[in-house]
Design a binder for this molecule. Structure first.
Ligand SMILES: Nc1ncnc2c1ncn2[C@@H]1O[C@H](COP(=O)(O)OP(=O)(O)OP(=O)(O)O)[C@@H](O)[C@H]1O
Length: 334
C-alpha cells in the first residue's frame, strides 16, 4: 500500500479497525460518546401542531458511520435540516467540533467542515459534471461562486481545484462523464456526483440524507463502499436510511427516531433487536428480526448478474487527498 493510500490514523488508532466502545458509559437514547463530533441539546421544531423534532440530547461519534433511522415522518430530515443550517429550530443549541453552530448558515458550516447531501439530489442539471464539482469548491475558504464557473480568473488555484475534482471523479467512476451535463446522469450517478462534490471542501463530517433512495441496485453497492471509504479516510459520516439491511452492513452506530424523539441508540445488531425499534417501525406485535441478512444477499446476487454495473466495489483509497500540482507557483489566484 502506498503512503498516500495508507489508512489515516488518529492518535495511533486505525479508523477501520478501532473497536473501542463508542459510548462513554451505558448505551441508550441520548447517551454520551467517548469522542463526540456533534453535541445537540433540547432541539425542538414544530410545524403547526406537529412536534417534528423534540430531541433532548444527542451526540454523534467522531470517525464513525452513524445511521439515523426511523419510520416515515419520524423527523429525520427535519433534524438534518436543523443541524446543517437549512431550517431554524423553536429552541435548542448544538456544537460541531466544540463550536456553537446554532443559527450558523449552511455555507459557513461547509467552511467549518460539515457538509450534507439531499434526499432529492441538488446537482445542477444544466451544468456539466466538472462545473458542479467546481461549485463544490466554491464553499472553500476564499472561493466565490462566480469564480467557480469561469476559467482563467483563478490561475493556479483553479488548476488545483480541477486536479482535486479529477481525483474525486475518478474515484467515483464519473471521470468519463466530466464534460456531460449533470442532467444526463442516472439517479444513482447524480447521488455519486453530489457526494463527490461535497468532498471538494475536504469535510470532517459528511451528512447524507437517504443516499441509497431511488438508486439502482447496480450502484447501491458502490455507494455503500464510498461511504465506508469516507470513514477509512478519517471522515465522520451521519446518514439517514430506511433500509435496515444497508444500515446493518455499514453503520457502526444507529440512532432511532420516532415521532420526533430519539427512542433507541446503539450498535446495529443490538438496536435492531430492540422492541421499541421494532414497534416504531412496524407497530406492536411483530416478531421480525430487522437485521435479517437476506436482503443484502439478494443485492449481491443481483450485482453479480448485472452487466451494466460499471462501478467497482473495491476500496477506492484516498478520496480527498491534499492535492499538490507540480510546477504550480500561483496560489489563491495571485
Ligand atoms: N415544512 C414542513 N411543513 C409542515 N410540516 C412538515 C414540514 N417538514 C416536515 N413536516 C412534518 O414534520 C414531521 C417530520 O417530517 P420529516 O420529513 O422530518 O420526517 P422523516 O423522518 O425525514 O420522514 P421521511 O422518512 O418520510 O423522509 C412530519 O409529520 C412532516 O409532515
Amino acid at each position: 500500500m502506498s503512503e498516500q493510500n495508507a489508512v489515516p490514523k488518529h492518535e495511533g488508532v486505525d479508523f477501520m479497525t478501532d473497536t473501542r466502545p463508542i459510548a462513554a458509559d451505558e448505551t441508550g437514547p441520548g447517551c454520551k460518546k467517548r469522542d463526540p463530533i456533534v453535541v445537540a441539546e433540547n432541539i425542538s421544531r414544530s410545524f403547526g401542531g406537529i412536534n417534528a423534532v423534540d430531541v433532548e440530547y444527542l451526540e454523534i461519534p467522531r470517525h464513525k458511520i452513524t445511521a439515523l433511522i426511523g419510520p416515515n415522518g419520524a423527523g429525520k430530515t427535519t433534524l438534518f435540516n436543523l443541524l446543517t443550517g437549512f431550517d431554524n429550530p423553536n429552541s435548542g443549541k448544538w456544537q460541531f467540533e466544540g463550536h456553537n453552530i446554532a443559527g450558523v448558515s449552511s455555507y459557513k458550516l461547509a467552511r467549518l467542515g460539515m457538509v450534507r447531501t439531499f434526499q432529492l439530489t441538488k446537482v445542477m442539471g444544466k451544468l456539466t459534471v466538472m462545473e458542479n464539482m467546481r461549485l463544490g469548491a466554491a464553499d472553500q475558504p476564499g472561493e466565490r461562486l462566480s469564480k467557480a464557473l469561469f476559467k482563467g480568473i483563478w490561475g493556479g488555484r483553479e488548476k488545483e481545484i480541477t486536479a482535486q475534482a479529477d481525483v474525486l471523479l475518478e474515484k467515483f467512476k464519473l471521470d468519463a462523464k466530466k464534460n456531460d451535463y449533470a442532467a444526463s446522469l442516472s439517479g444513482g450517478q447524480r447521488k455519486l456526483l453530489e457526494m463527490a462534490r461535497s468532498l471538494m471542501v475536504r469535510p470532517k463530517l459528511v451528512m447524507l440524507d437517504e443516499p441509497m433512495a431511488g438508486v439502482n441496485p447496480a450502484l447501491t453497492q458502490s455507494l455503500l463502499d464510498h461511504i465506508k471509504n469516507l470513514k477509512s479516510e478519517g471522515m465522520t459520516v451521519l446518514f439517514v436510511e430506511h433500509d435496515m439491511n444497508m444500515v446493518r452492513h455499514i453503520a457502526d452506530w444507529v440512532v432511532v427516531m420516532a415521532e420526533g424523539k430519539i427512542v433507541a441508540e446503539g450498535p446495529p445488531a443490538d438496536v435492531m433487536k430492540n422492541p421499541a425499534v421494532i414497534d416504531a417501525y412496524l407497530g406492536a406485535h411483530h416478531d421480525v428480526d430487522l437485521g435479517d441478512a437476506e436482503g443484502i444477499k439478494e443485492l449481491e446476487a443481483e450485482l453479480e448478474a448485472d452487466e451494466e454495473s460499471i462501478v467497482g466495489t473495491e476500496n477506492a483509497g484516498i478520496i480527498a487527498p491534499e492535492i499538490v500540482v507540480s510546477g504550480l507557483e500561483e496560489k489563491d489566484g495571485k
